[in-house]
Design a protein around this ligand. Structure first.
Ligand code: ADP
Length: 391
């Protein structure tokens, strides 16, 4: 029987958790949010599927984890798997040791918003549950198989050799899960060439050959690549000079604008939420319509570009909140890709119900799948593989 794994994803003011055992239906999951504030709370779902809401005023990460872990102790988790955004050049999930904590700390300049929050969670769970094996699963690790011509920037070499300036890629657990699942459903697990589009608040694309990432749209940080909720994706790097010289902006202001005020939100002036934009567009909001257009066009461009990394294209997978739920975005994006033979069935695309897996191509070219992502399930699987390599 598979050991039960508590998956922890510590953000700057929230902690997502999921207790993952044998059956997907038996998951206990939730979110501790607004940490540090008066309205800090835990919201989740219990084993019976009942909603749980618990007020934990002013609780910090450690206090919230203590409360959570006390509640979950009855279910006897046998290991903890931590999601860690940036692992630098670490190639796989690893058992947490003081040395690994140091390596995660060393990668902090590459993920200044994420890694410090993960480290708070790791420190707290190691203190509270010293007897449990704990594993770090990195968003970047899946992409460590990219060839050098895909991960190097065309910059002076010393920036790479002395300062680790290179493309790393993110969303690795999601791209790994959905491409493995789609290829399995297609009858050839982890074989052939697959493209995946993970479209959530953060979005990225990935090219996978025989189960290994060969290229991805995000780079040294999660800002590179396609249009996202509030992130710009690719812009001309000279934009920085233009804004500094003409508007007197400093580098922090520029970085904040690109990460927090751009993307769908910046283009529409309305929202970073695709549901809101689709609704507004239907009601004639021109900037919302444009935001969706730019999102889909740039996404199709990114998928086309990444296809160069594949000797052959067997299929494309959509996932993430937008990829799983928006038939409209899928249709618009696929409209730009028909010259690759990617032909979808409008009927199948429109009929795909929320949260379900399904195939939406018309059977004439590469397969097109919608696969709900399962990052927590994948983190639990990788955690088990570290703890029981021969199981
Ligand atoms: P995160 O990256 O935070 O995990 P999600 O994967 O949950 O985000 O995706 C959030 C995005 O999914 C939001 O833009 C939301 O509007 C979008 N989304 C969810 N349901 C729908 C839907 N039915 N139609 C269009 N977009 C949707």
């Amino acid at each position: 029987m598979a050991i039960s794994v508590l998956v922890i994803n510590c953000g700057s003011s929230s902690i997502k958790y999921a207790l993952i055992s044998e059956r997907r239906e038996d998951r206990i999951y939730g979110l501790a949010e607004n940490l540090g504030a008066a309205d800090a709370r835990i919201k989740g779902v219990t084993l019976g599927g009942e909603p749980l809401e618990l007020s934990i005023p002013y609780a910090d990460h450690a206090k919230a984890l203590e409360t959570l872990l006390a509640r979950l102790a009855n279910y006897h988790p046998q290991a903890i798997g931590h999601r860690v955004v940036h692992g630098g050049n670490i190639t796989k999930a690893e058992l947490l040791t003081p040395e690994l904590v140091e390596r995660i700390e060393a990668a902090t300049p590459l993920a200044p918003l994420h890694n410090p929050a993960h480290l708070i969670g790791i420190e707290a769970t190691m203190r509270l549950f010293p007897q449990l094996p704990q594993v770090a699963v990195f968003d970047t690790a899946f992409h460590q198989t990219m060839p050098e011509h895909a991960y190097r920037y065309a910059l002076p070499k010393y920036l790479y050799t002395e300062h680790q300036v290179r493309r790393y890629g993110f969303h690795g657990t999601s791209h790994a899960y959905v491409t493995e699942r789609a290829s399995e459903l297609a009858g050839n697990k982890n074989q052939g060439g697959w493209l995946s589009a993970h479209l959530g608040n953060g979005s990225s694309t990935c090219a996978v050959w025989n189960g290994h990432s060969v290229d991805t749209s995000m780079g040294m940080t999660p800002l590179e690549g396609v249009v996202m909720g509030t992130r710009s994706g690719d812009v001309d790097p000279s934009l920085h000079l233009f804004l500094a010289s003409n508007l007197g902006w400093d580098i922090q202001k520029i970085d904040s604008m690109l990460n927090k005020e751009s993307g769908l939100l910046g283009l529409s002036g309305l929202s970073n939420d695709m549901r809101t934009l689709v609704e507004a567009s239907e009601n004639g909001h021109e900037d919302a319509t444009l935001a969706i257009e730019v999102f889909c066009y740039r996404l199709a461009k990114s998928l086309s570009a990444l296809s160069c990394g594949l000797p052959r294209l067997d299929g494309l997978v959509f996932t993430g909140g937008i990829g799983e739920n928006s038939a409209y975005v899928r249709e618009k994006t696929l409209g730009y890709l028909s010259h690759f033979g990617l032909q979808f069935s409008k009927e199948k695309n429109d009929a795909l119900a929320r949260g379900s897996e399904g195939r939406i191509d018309n059977g004439t070219g590469p397969q097109i799948w919608v696969i709900p992502t399962d990052e927590e399930g994948r983190i639990a699987k990788e955690t088990r593989q570290v703890i029981e390599p021969n199981a």
